[in-house]
Design a binder for this molecule. Structure first.
Ligand SMILES: O=C[C@H](O)[C@H](O)[C@H](O)COP(=O)(O)O
Length: 230
């Protein structure tokens, strides 16, 4: 369930500008998705040009892309901390609360993004909305999926098991789990919904990112708009 509203140029502008934030010696969280990919490629170029950095990937795909780009990689337990994480989002509201997980990567993304001293979201204008309203991705242990489906409905959501496009059956995450996209309509109180989702037995991680994003770089047709959390 990928979003395709923005143009690749807008995404590239955001990703490349965010990559400029990286300083020599930094440990950088490498996000997942088509916008973060532009940052990864720009960082690969910077490494070629002599910048010293280590990347912590957030998914199978971001690891593969970073390797191809020549970025030295570490896992989260091999570093003392993360200076900066650059990651995409499916939706960001005016308070910089976000929904992630359109590519099913939000569990690892949240661990890395939350560990960062500074977390920058890169996005195109189609991602920025007044309130959060997209279905929230919820990764679940396979054995718990029926129970979690009931719990999500009790929480007021309409869960849909995400199905694979080119295989019969469900999407299996990089962690070997299943995924619901749970429609809550407009999310009036993302913090309280996040607490509710985190409390459900069998839920590995959900895609609501509340109080984590420091800055959003929105790539436009000719510039990058920067939004900071107040
Ligand atoms: O699971 C995927 C991630 O949360 C992505 O960062 C998110 O889906 C945004 O991806 P894109 O930049 O391709 O729209």
């Amino acid at each position: 369930m990928k979003t395709t509203g923005g143009t690749d140029d807008q995404k590239r502008r955001a990703g490349e500008r965010a990559a400029e934030l990286v300083s020599d010696g930094d440990v950088v969280g490498l996000g997942t998705g088509s916008t973060a990919a532009h940052a990864i490629r720009a960082l690969g170029q910077a490494v070629d040009d002599g910048l010293d950095l280590r990347g912590v990937p957030t998914s199978f795909d971001s690891r593969a892309l970073a390797r191809e780009a020549g970025i030295p990689l570490r896992s989260l337990d091999e570093v003392d901390g993360v200076d900066l994480a650059i990651d995409g989002a499916d939706q960001v509201d005016e308070d910089l609360q976000a929904i992630k997980g359109g590519g099913a990567a939000h569990a690892r993304e949240k661990v890395v993004d939350a560990a960062a001293d500074r977390f920058v979201v890169v996005a195109d204008p189609s991602k920025v909305t007044e309130a959060l309203s997209r279905p929230v991705p919820v990764e679940v242990l396979p054995d718990a999926h029926a129970a979690v489906e009931r719990d999500l409905t009790d929480l007021g959501g309409e869960p849909t098991l995400r199905r694979a496009e080119r295989k019969d059956g469900p999407v299996v995450t990089d962690n070997g789990n299943l995924l619901f996209d749970c429609d809550f309509g407009v999310v009036d109180d993302p913090a309280s919904l996040a607490t509710g989702l985190s409390g459900l037995p069998g839920v590995v991680e959900h895609g609501l990112f509340v109080g984590l994003v420091d800055t959003v770089y929105v790539g436009t047709d000719d510039d990058v708009e920067v939004r900071r959390r107040e």
